[in-house]
Every structure is written in C-alpha cells, then in structure tokens.
Design a protein around this ligand. Structure first.
Ligand code: SAM
Length: 179
C-alpha cells in the first residue's frame, strides 16, 4: 500500500473517531490544572481503591491523580484515537509515576463500574440519562461520582464546589442514583 494511502487512512480514522466521540458523549476538552487540584481535594481514597475517568481524553486527570495517590488504581476509557494515543504517550513519559494507570481504547458504556470507589465525568449532559441508568445499575452505594461543569438534573449533589475562576465540580454518592 502506498504511503499516501496509509497516511490518509490514519488521518481519516483519527478524524472519524474524534467526531464520533463528540456525538457519543463529548468532544475532547482537557480538564484544567486548577480543576484537577480541586478534584484531588474532593476524593477520599484508600490504598487499593479503583478510580475511573469515563472518557479520559489524554489522561491528564488520571496521571495527575496517580501522582497524588500512588496506592490507588486508575483506569480511563477513550474512543477517540488522538487523545488515546496522547494518553498512551503520557504513560510512557510518566514512568513509574504512571504505573498505577491503565488507558483503554473502549466505549465508556462498556465498562462495568461495580468496583469503582470513584468515577470522574466531564461529558455533555446529552449522555446523562444513559449514564444515570448505568450508575443506578452498577455503582456501589458508597462510591463517589464527581461531575465537571454540568450537574445531573433532579439529583441534589452532596457537594458543589465553585471556586473563583474555576468551573463547578459536583459530588454525588452512588446511592443517590438508585432511587
Ligand atoms: C470533555 S473530554 C474530557 C477528557 C478528560 N476526562 C479530562 O477531563 O481531561 C470527553 C472525552 O470523552 C471521550 N468520549 C466521548 N464519548 C466516549 C465514549 N462513548 N467512550 C469513551 N470515551 C468517549 C472524548 O473523546 C473526550 O476525550
């Protein structure tokens, strides 16, 4: 196969998966350092806990948290090839600091969440209905869900953090999705 064809196919695959991710749940936008700092302060994690980032982008959140919680397991799911490859590269450069992070090319809805101590979500509200059903079926009652920017309609968060020049973070418990 000619190089031109290979390059075309690769660019096409990156563009199509980027577009499909935007349609599915959200386009890739990275959580800023400021919000990552706030998020880390909201999580109360024990050694051996598992944390998921649903739609992990380039892994910025996961690798940041992994540096702060070295005894916790982190996993992220991503369907868009560009951020997925960047997340994998980030892992290569993170060395031992990223040893507790897994990045999977996987639809976020395909991941079972029963073992999650915490789940981080920075997605568009259009996918919240499906997400809430998934949370109701799979999350442990005492698990933590942190949502960036847009809260779930009809569920009062146990905490809402809005600091100056930062976007909102909303904290929920797994049990809140069961009623
Ligand atoms: C707003 S970005 C957030 C990225 C990362 N969580 C962060 O906060 O920096 C949403 C990500 O979800 C990904 N995404 C969208 N639909 C998805 C799906 N069905 N399964 C997995 N990832 C998905 C997008 O490609 C994008 O990278």
């Amino acid at each position: 196969m000619a190089w031109g064809t290979i390059v075309f196919i690769v660019i096409y695959a990156f563009a199509v998966t980027f577009m499909l991710a935007g349609i599915s749940a959200a386009p890739w936008v990275q959580t800023r350092k400021k919000e990552r700092d706030t998020l880390a302060g909201l999580l109360s994690l024990r050694p051996g806990d598992t944390v998921y980032d649903l739609g992990c982008g380039d892994g910025a959140v996961l690798y940041d948290l992994a540096g702060r919680f070295p005894d916790v397991k982190f996993a992220g799911f991503e369907v868009s090839l560009l951020p997925y490859v960047l997340a994998k590269l980030r892992g290569l450069f993170a060395g031992r600091r990223g040893a507790n992070v897994r990045i999977l090319l996987r639809d976020l809805y395909a991941q079972d969440l029963h073992d999650a101590a915490a789940v981080f979500v920075f997605l568009m509200p259009k996918c919240y209905g499906r997400l809430q059903k998934k949370f109701a079926a799979e999350l442990c009652p005492d698990s933590t869900v942190v949502i960036e920017v847009w809260p779930f309609a009809g569920i009062t968060p146990v905490r809402h953090v809005k600091e100056s020049k930062r976007v909102s973070l909303f904290v929920y418990r797994g049990e809140q999705f069961r009623s």
